[in-house]
Design a protein around this ligand. Structure first.
Ligand code: F6P
Length: 533
């Protein structure tokens, strides 16, 4: 099947995407919607035959059966022997979901209610710090225990104006926590320690520092701490009362966890009702993913476009360019979601992959990137498939002219990538400026845009909690579909372990308590540099 698709690519790669628009139903035929949430993939080199071949690839990989197994609580995370049920966290219908014969929903919904009661109490001041109403919340976590809530807090800031300020500390670099603590009053600050395992060294180190900082002014620090973890027993040492410990099960992967307790800071910021709307958006995408035909199924289509661009066409990176400033942390969130999930070299059965596992994902909000790295996207030698996203309306009703410009820029960029500008057009423009001869030719060549560069555009009415839920759930399922087609287990992350082990081993070497026997010359040289500093 891969060979067929590659042969199909070889046959069609020279064709101009713009020519596909000779069919004036191209946009309708190559876009898909869930209500008014729309994915346009017509500006790619995918035609009806390509799409059929890609769908056949998904069918051949039993995507539907594996999807149903995932939602049903089967242990599809085989290398860790775990179910994969982040979808249960947004299953507001309460539909039974069983793991090992037990319905997990009563516990999920009970934890959600406890979170809601606590978030409401923080917001209305019925839960207080030693110095009164909570003014600041510090979420201490890293990776999946940081990126999701940090991204969503910023994305949904229009809904958080009446909530406390939230800060996100992740890096073990003391600069991170220092810069947050100096802005907060310990007597009115709530510290949330967010760690699935409650062992992550960065998080535990930052939490200890926060506790010491708070202890200088607050008698009972435990009373101003909350813990979010699937290792609830480990939270006991922190003196945090059970009512502020929010647990979740090991069938929620770290990078898929923002829907449950790890989302507490977001819930405190935007309120329980808005957080429910976020869950509803995710749940709506789940239902769509479960029921829509593959040719209309947003996560499946996004995955197939991804496979077409990376594994078939050989484009090594993919840019995520939200024309939505509040989605500034979304590319970083997607980096973990996609690259920690699918950045593997072996398939589920331990065999080497025969195709690349996926692209490097990167990006920044537009229009900022236009004045930075878009040069390479337009004129560089490598093709970078782009995913644009934009809201039809902004939140700033008094600044609609800004939003119109934003949208115009977003559409202009995808048009420029598609259309390009030929050498002949550039010659004409240079001639119009009065240039002639060699100088005209030289200047014209620098101004050529090859065009024919693919992009997709996701467009939605407004960046509401519901829409954010749709976006995140769509990308989660996209990663799952890509992983399934590649035969990967998207839910483990063994590739992060070696660095952790070596960092622990280097700690005593750096402090001079152990020699560096067995270390390479470079590492020893760097250690010596720090020791002599
Ligand atoms: O080291 C990688 C990782 O395990 C991620 O998968 C996870 O999101 C992050 O670290 C944080 O882990 P925890 O929530 O257990 O502190």
């Amino acid at each position: 099947m891969w060979t067929d698709l590659k042969a199909h690519y070889a046959r069609t790669s020279d064709r101009n995407i713009l020519d596909l628009f000779a069919d004036d139903t191209r946009f309708e035929g190559f876009s898909a919607a869930l209500g008014d949430f729309l994915l346009d993939y017509s500006k790619t080199n995918i035609d009806a035959d390509t799409r059929s071949a890609l769908i056949a690839l998904a069918e051949n990989a039993s995507v539907a059966a594996r999807r149903d197994a995932m939602f049903a609580g089967e242990k599809i995370n085989e290398t860790e022997g775990r179910a994969v049920l982040h979808t249960a966290l947004r299953n507001l219908s309460g539909r039974t979901v069983e793991v090992d014969g037990q319905d997990v929903m009563p516990e999920v919904l009970d934890t959600l209610s406890r979170m809601e009661a606590f978030a409401t109490a923080v917001r209305d001041g019925s839960y207080q710090g030693q110095g009164g109403k909570i003014t600041d919340v510090i979420n201490i976590g890293i990776g999946g225990s940081d990126l999701g809530p940090a991204m969503a807090y910023r994305a949904l800031s229009p809904y958080g104006v009446d909530g406390p300020r939230c800060h996100f500390v992740s890096n073990v670099d003391g600069a991170d926590i220092h810069d947050v603590l100096v802005k907060c009053d310990p007597t009115t600050t709530l510290v949330i320690v967010a760690s699935k395992t409650f062992t992550t060294i960065e998080t535990m180190t930052n939490a200890e520092t926060a506790q010491k900082w708070m202890a200088e002014k607050v008698t009972d620090t435990g009373a101003q701490f909350a813990a979010l973890s699937s290792a609830v027993s480990k939270t006991a040492d922190w003196g945090i009362a059970a009512e502020r410990v929010f647990g979740f099960e090991d069938w929620v992967g770290g990078r898929y966890s923002m829907w449950g307790p790890i989302g507490l800071s977001v819930m405190i910021s935007i309120g329980a009702d808005n957080f429910r709307a976020f869950l509803q958006g995710g749940e709506a995408m789940d239902n769509h993913f479960l029921t829509a035909d593959f040719a209309e199924n947003l996560p499946v289509l996004l995955a197939l476009v991804g496979i077409w661009h990376n594994q078939i066409s050989g484009h090594g990176t993919r840019a995520v360019l939200p024309y939505d400033n509040r989605l500034g942390r979304l590319p970083a969130y997607f980096q973990q979601l996609e690259m920690e999930s699918n950045g593997k070299s072996v398939s589920m059965d331990g065999k080497d992959l025969t195709v690349p596992a996926g692209p490097v994902v990167w990006g920044e909000p537009g229009t900022n990137g236009q004045h930075a790295f878009y040069q390479l996207i337009h004129q560089g030698t490598q093709v970078v498939p782009v995913e644009f996203m934009v809201a039809a309306k902004g939140h700033e009703d008094d600044l609609t002219h800004h939003h119109k410009l934003l949208v115009a820029n977003c559409f202009a960029q995808s048009e420029a990538l598609l259309r390009g500008r030929s050498l002949d057009e550039c010659r004409e423009r240079m001639a119009a400026k009065g240039l002639t001869g060699d100088e005209l030719e030289r200047q014209a060549r620098h101004r050529v845009f090859p065009g024919n560069r693919p992009s997709t555009t996701l467009i939605y009415p407004k960046l509401t909690p519901y829409v954010l839920g749709q976006i995140i759930a769509m990308y989660e399922h996209r990663v799952f579909v890509e992983g399934t087609i590649l035969g990967i287990n998207s839910y483990d992350q063994w590739g992060v372990e070696l660095g952790k082990e070596l960092a622990l081993a280097l700690d005593p070497i750096l402090s001079g308590d152990q020699d560096g026997a067995g270390k390479d010359g470079s590492t020893l040289g760097l250690v010596k540099y720090v020791q002599n500093a």
